[in-house]
Design a binder for this molecule. Structure first.
Ligand code: LLP
Length: 427
């Protein structure tokens, strides 16, 4: 479904529109999203998991009203983790029962809003929150469907900041020491809660399915404990998101159908062994849907050759539109997209225009030696955790997100203006 190619002049096109036209019309830097690819990825996940499972797109990867509408049309559910994401989801017409609310420190106001709206589930993250949600639901005369998020003690092989299943961290309630079992006991006693299942999210940008399999094994183990102690079988499990994508040619991610098969197989096997009904499965991919659909287009401003070191290529954005390189040492690739060059490749570092030396977009890249101011370069796979983590550092204006489809391009998030920035200053 990817519609990226080059036209007869060597100019890269997406969705049938070339990047020079896009740059002229929408400016740089900008995020250009291939809408057909986004929708195809949604469908691939839905089809891979089938009718007896639910796919919750993780809105934190990238969310705006257009995305909510696409998800709705493609039959996906939505995971939100703040009042802002919830408001976007509801405002763009996602039915509340298809929304899940996450977070390790949801405010009373966020919980109230979610319960009032009638969200399909709230994922409980602590002992205090179990009571908090129950009280709010009771006060509103409701019974809220909830899952309990557990940490299964898996060391996912990913960056420390995005690994979430080892026990020494802020998310979830550890299975170890019987803590998760105790959380279940407490939740079952509260009238305001309908405990529907157990949730596990082991981390992000993971390539290997074995961590998910261990998580599934342990989550089913908890369901069995619950059955043995309380005589009830919880009807749902959620195994979170985290499937990695290819940022460079060295990354080799699994496909949705592979991860779906691995998860279903293990859940079926474990449930059969434990004599449990197979629960309804759900997953929460964010990056794997949004990430590959988008590239960031930059204009080259300055090319500085440091003899015997490398060439610094400065672009018109940087850490304000992609913090991932600075924050996680993330790797990206980059290509000249506004023309074909036959010049020698030179070792380059693509840097932004911000006032710090850590403002790196692509640490090591080979770009043609004749690269010049005015050239357009593109960094692929920036659809997840780039616009959603963008900042106004140095009073940068956050770039637009432009959806391209069948020869048409339109902003789905417009570029910020100086008025937008100044509007918040008081006095
Ligand atoms: N479900 C839960 C409960 C999560 O916390 C997350 C991500 C997801 C699903 C979606 O994970 P994904 O499929 O996108 O990997 N800012 C970091 C990633 C943080 C992920 C946080 N939670 C980055 O740029 O790599």
């Amino acid at each position: 479904a990817r519609t990226v190619g080059r036209d007869a002049d060597g100019v890269v096109t997406v969705g049938g529109v070339d990047v020079k036209t896009l740059a002229e019309e929408f400016g740089t830097p900008g995020y250009f999203l291939d809408e057909n690819d986004f929708r195809a990825r949604c469908r691939a996940w839905r089809e891979a998991f089938g009718a007896d499972a639910d796919v919750f797109y993780a809105g934190k990867a990238f969310l705006c009203r257009a995305v909510v509408r696409w998800l709705n049309e493609e039959g996906l559910n939505l995971d939100v983790c703040s009042a802002g994401e919830l408001a976007t989801a509801l405002g763009a017409g996602m039915p509340a029962e298809r929304i899940a609310l996450h977070g390790n420190n949801k405010s009373e106001a966020e919980i109230r809003r979610a319960v009032e709206a009638g969200v399909g589930r709230i994922v409980l993250d602590s002992f205090q929150e179990i009571v908090r949600v129950a009280h709010i639901a009771e006060r509103l005369g409701k019974r809220q469907r909830v899952q309990i998020r557990v940490t299964v003690g898996v060391e996912a092989h990913t960056h420390e900041f995005i690994a979430t299943a080892h026990e020494d961290q802020k998310f979830g309630i550890p299975l170890a020491g019987g803590l998760a079992a105790e959380a279940v006991r407490r939740a079952l006693k509260l009238d305001g809660l309908e405990l529907i299942g157990v949730h596990s999210h082991i981390g992000s940008q993971i390539f290997d399915t074995s961590g998910f399999e261990v998580a599934a094994h342990r989550v089913v183990g908890l369901l069995k404990e619950i059955r043995d102690e309380h005589g009830i079988e919880l009807p749902e499990i959620d195994l979170g998101g985290g499937l990695g994508i290819a940022y460079t040619s060295e990354d080799d991610p699994s496909e949705p159908h592979q991860i779906a098969k691995a998860l279903r197989d293990i859940v079926h096997r474990e449930c059969e062994a434990a004599g449990l009904e197979v629960p309804r499965l759900s997953v929460e991919p964010g990056r794997a849907i949004a990430g590959p659909t988008t590239f960031t287009l930059y204009e080259v401003g300055t090319v500085k050759e440091l003899p015997a070191l490398r060439t610094y290529v400065s672009v018109d954005g940087g850490m304000s539109d992609n913090i991932r390189t600075a924050l996680y040492d993330a790797e990206y690739s980059v290509a000249l997209v506004s023309r074909i060059s036959t010049a020698e490749p030179m070792l380059s570092r693509v840097v932004g225009k911000h006032c710090e030396s850590g403002d790196i977009v692509v640490r090591d890249a080979f770009l043609p030696a004749d690269l010049a101011p005015g050239d357009l370069i593109a960094v692929p796979a920036t659809g997840a955790y780039c616009r959603s983590m963008a900042s106004n550092y140095n009073h940068a204006l956050r770039p637009p997100v432009v959806a391209v489809k069948d020869g048409q391009a339109r902003e789905i998030v417009r570029r910020e203006t100086e008025e937008d920035l100044l509007r918040l200053d008081v006095g």
